[in-house]
Design a binder for this molecule. Structure first.
Ligand SMILES: Cc1cc2nc3c(=O)[nH]c(=O)nc-3n(C[C@H](O)[C@H](O)[C@H](O)COP(=O)(O)O)c2cc1C
Length: 145
């Protein structure tokens, strides 16, 4: 199976548009906290927009925190891609940094709003390369072999 993206996008839908442009397998973390939260049992990269307060707190949307509170979901995360808006200065796509630090995964890339055609190419190529390097053990975590 090819690379998998898991992502969150609010009603403004910027991240959703970017993921659509990628044309890759993707699972969306639901907007509603009442909806069932997905459980992912294979390697994936998380794409997360930033919603920080002025002091940098609350950068990671609560829907994403709920998703990452499940150890099974954390186990398979290969890295995170942060999205945001450069108007936020040094807090640009800061949720990517927070998740990388907390979950001990690399922050692989950052893009603004719905991304540019170059962002789409970079992420597609990066995902392909990353999947080519995945240890067989990581793939086996899924099958339990
Ligand atoms: C209340 C609010 C706070 C935000 N805080 C940040 C921020 O701290 N850093 C940043 O890069 N972008 C910030 N943004 C911009 C969003 O991350 C950006 O618009 C993103 O593309 C939204 O993705 P979505 O439409 O998929 O939810 C903020 C947007 C809002 C509405």
């Amino acid at each position: 199976m090819g690379p998998l993206i898991v992502y969150y996008s609010s009603i403004s839908g910027n991240t959703n548009r970017f993921v659509d442009s990628l044309g890759m397998r993707a699972v969306r973390i639901p907007l509603s906290m009442k909806a069932e939260c997905p459980v992912i049992d294979e390697p994936y990269v998380l794409i997360c927009p930033c919603y920080a307060d002025d002091d940098g707190s609350k950068a990671v949307p609560k829907q994403v925190i709920r998703f990452l509170n499940n150890p099974e979901n954390r186990k398979h995360m290969q890295g995170v891609i942060g999205s945001g808006n450069r108007n936020f200065g040094d807090k640009f796509a800061y949720a990517g940094n927070v998740i990388a630090k907390k979950c001990k995964v690399p922050c692989l890339y950052k893009f603004e709003l719905s991304g540019t055609p170059t962002d789409v190419i970079n992420v597609r190529e990066g995902m392909k390369k990353l999947w080519a390097t995945l240890e067989p053990q990581e793939m086996n975590k899924k099958t339990g072999t």
